[in-house]
Design a protein around this ligand. Structure first.
Ligand code: NAP
Length: 273
């Protein structure tokens, strides 16, 4: 009988996660024998859940809200992009039992923005809302696209400032709170806050978006998210959720674990349908 390898996503809340379906579709498409489950795990029980999962034969994991910074601190070895971001969304054990951590959020977002949506980021004014694990993963790859400016705004301003210091060498990055955004204008606004999980919006001043600008919510849902609706209300040329990013970052994790990259197009289309 062929072996079935076990993977999982840990996070809290986790009921909304589409990751099990995405990885099942990847496995079917590539002929890989895996199961992938979702487990409701908060920070307090992360270490225990990790040990139990590994003891049960688990091979690798994804981590989502609010575990990415904890996963970063837990990994024995980090990829360069995980080290840079200070957050980990993909974990796996090597043959010696060492736990490796990677961050596939940034590459997933960039593939969705530039390949799937055909956007150019060079020379653009970009705003990232939020300074948690997701923001950490995307700032480096966004700066590598050479925007005119990248502003990171967060409810807790000190966390945004800490990120601005961390990524200062990579490009024109500024930090502020939401109220300081008044009067600024952007081509692209990315919502990397967890506010949408409670169907809320960060308190954003009107007029933030340049004509024809793009709003992108890292969160996704079966219905348009609060931020996607806000973007439409602000006259965005495009206002979309993060389903494409979700599938792309999952494909990169799948590649890490299984050595084969799935074709994401059909999976995104299937989930949108
Ligand atoms: P996190 O590490 O827990 O960080 C949460 C962030 O949201 C912090 O900046 C926090 O601000 C802010 N926040 C929370 N509630 C807020 C509210 N009511 N108003 C304003 N700001 C609020 O979470 P994360 O891992 O960064 O994830 C953030 C979002 O990105 C989630 O919705 C997640 O689902 C999404 N995401 C999507 C993908 C994808 O593939 N599409 C990948 C990664 C993440 P404070 O610092 O002030 O607490």
């Amino acid at each position: 009988m062929s072996r079935i390898d076990h993977y999982a996503i840990f996070g809290h809340p986790i009921g909304h996660s589409k990751s099990p379906l995405i990885h099942r579709l990847f496995a079917e498409q590539t002929g890989q024998s895996i199961v992938y489950t979702a487990q409701d795990v908060g920070p307090d029980c992360f270490d225990t859940a990790l040990r139990v999962f590994r003891a049960g034969g688990g091979m690798g994991l994804n981590c989502t809200v609010p575990l990415k910074e904890l996963a970063f601190r837990t990994a024995d070895r980090l990829t360069e992009r995980a080290e840079l971001s200070g957050a980990v969304n993909t974990l796996w054990w090597d043959e010696g039992g060492r736990l490796h951590g990677d961050n596939t959020d940034g590459v997933g977002l960039l593939r969705d923005l530039t390949v799937n949506l055909g956007l150019t980021l060079s020379g653009r004014r970009i705003l990232v809302l939020g300074a948690g694990g997701a923001a950490r993963g995307i700032l480096g790859p966004l700066l590598a696209q050479r925007p005119a400016v990248l502003v990171v705004a967060n409810r807790t301003v000190s966390r945004a400032r800490e990120l601005a210091r961390r990524f200062a060498d990579l490009g024109p990055l500024r930090a502020c709170g939401f109220t300081e955004l008044a009067g600024q204008r952007f081509d692209l606004i990315l919502n990397a806050t967890a506010a949408g999980l409670e169907n809320q919006l960060p308190p954003l001043p009107a007029g933030l978006l340049l004509p024809g600008g793009v709003c992108y919510d890292l969160m996704y849902g079966d219905q348009p998210t609060a931020f996607v609706r806000w973007g439409i209300g602000q006259g965005a040329g495009l206002s979309v959720d993060g389903l494409g990013m979700l599938v792309e970052q999952a494909a990169e994790a799948f590649l890490r674990w299984r050595g084969v990259r799935p074709d994401t197009g059909p999976v995104i289309a299937r989930l949108r349908a």
